[in-house]
Design a protein around this ligand. Structure first.
Ligand SMILES: *Cc1c(COP(=O)(O)O)cnc(C)c1O
Length: 316
């Protein structure tokens, strides 16, 4: 299982490969909400999202074990992170993406040095393809969240928040497959248990919300949300027990609330945050969280919105 010492070890191991991203106060959002709101800026992270943390910790591990090639199944932030760090460490990478993948995301992966292979349109097709590619090329498949080394890497976000803002009262974090949230929970609830951690999901992809309510992993059949990093159909076997044990609450945001949060960030704070990262801002803007003039840190998990998406958000 994931231990606090694994998260500290991940922090030392990945330190020279990633940014220690800033925490900054938001006067605008504080005024709007009556809270003391801060942002943890993982949209400013290398490759544009926190995914580089887990990917780096995992790939350094498999490299120590002798791997020379890694694979992943993701056209999004995980695929970019794996391609970037593999290249930087001198490993080859093959990233399985859907046939209808966004061309700008495909070229980002290629620019980071990843080889792209197209497979079907669903993750049910892509995932086994990436595993087969690993097996057939003497490589290692790098999962997006359900792996102890990935969780330890993502948990370093939690350690950094407590160091940068020791009197944090509440941390608000997006939930997709649950790697980021469960890593942060493991770190924070051990180092400073009084800090409350609130998870945010799109109402259109509420698998973790339903799972926490039901007390068991509860898959959803579709996840039609603009927040493409949060489209997991169920929490993971490793992530769910941690979320279930530690999370204080999971709240839901609507699609129009996510769009408004993106626009708010751009217009008021000059920060480009992708929809998956802006759900935490949406939760505050639309009063989904019960808090009383406390120090709240919203994790801005990524900034990889493509230009067309931004213009459609601005137009609305
Ligand atoms: C992957 C991702 C998430 C969700 O992280 P999980 O570990 O899958 O819960 C949130 N935001 C962004 C920007 C992501 O890329």
């Amino acid at each position: 299982m994931l231990e606090l010492k694994d998260i500290y070890a991940a922090r030392d191991r990945i330190a020279s490969f990633i940014h220690r991203t800033p925490i900054f106060a938001s006067e605008q959002l504080s005024k709007r909400t009556g809270q003391q709101v801060y942002f943890k800026g993982e949209h400013l992270q290398k490759t544009g999202s926190f995914k580089i943390r887990g990917a780096t910790n995992k790939i350094l591990q498999v490299q120590e074990e002798g791997a020379q090639l890694v694979t992943a199944a993701s056209s999004g932030n995980h695929g970019q992170a794996v391609a970037y760090i593999a290249n930087r460490l001198g490993l080859q990478s093959i990233i399985a993406v859907p046939e209808d993948a966004n061309p700008s995301k495909v070229s980002a992966i290629q620019a980071y040095g990843g080889k792209v292979e197209f497979f079907g349109t669903t993750s049910a097709e892509r995932l086994p393809a990436a595993q087969d590619l690993a097996a057939g090329n003497n490589g290692v498949y790098i999962p997006p969240y359900d792996d102890p080394f990935i969780l330890a890497g993502q948990g370093t976000v939690g350690l950094e928040i407590l160091e940068q803002l020791p009197d944090t009262d509440v941390i608000v974090v997006p939930i997709g497959g649950g790697g980021l949230s469960s890593g942060i929970l493991r770190a924070v609830k051990e180092v400073k248990p009084s800090v409350r951690v609130i998870g945010v999901e799109p109402a259109a992809a509420n698998d973790t919300y339903l799972s926490v309510q039901a007390g068991e992993i509860t898959p959803i059949s579709q996840a039609n949300t603009i927040a493409d990093g949060l489209r997991a159909s169920q929490p993971g076997d490793l992530t769910f027990p941690l979320i279930q044990k530690y999370i204080d609450d999971v709240v839901l945001v609507e699609e129009h609330e996510i769009r408004e949060a993106c626009a708010f960030m751009l217009e008021r704070t000059k920060q480009l945050v992708e929809p998956s990262g802006a759900v935490t801002v949406a939760a505050l803007l639309f009063n989904k969280i019960q808090i009383q003039n406390e120090k709240v840190v919203c994790v801005l998990s990524g900034g990889n919105a493509d230009i067309r998406q931004i213009s459609s958000i601005i137009k609305q």
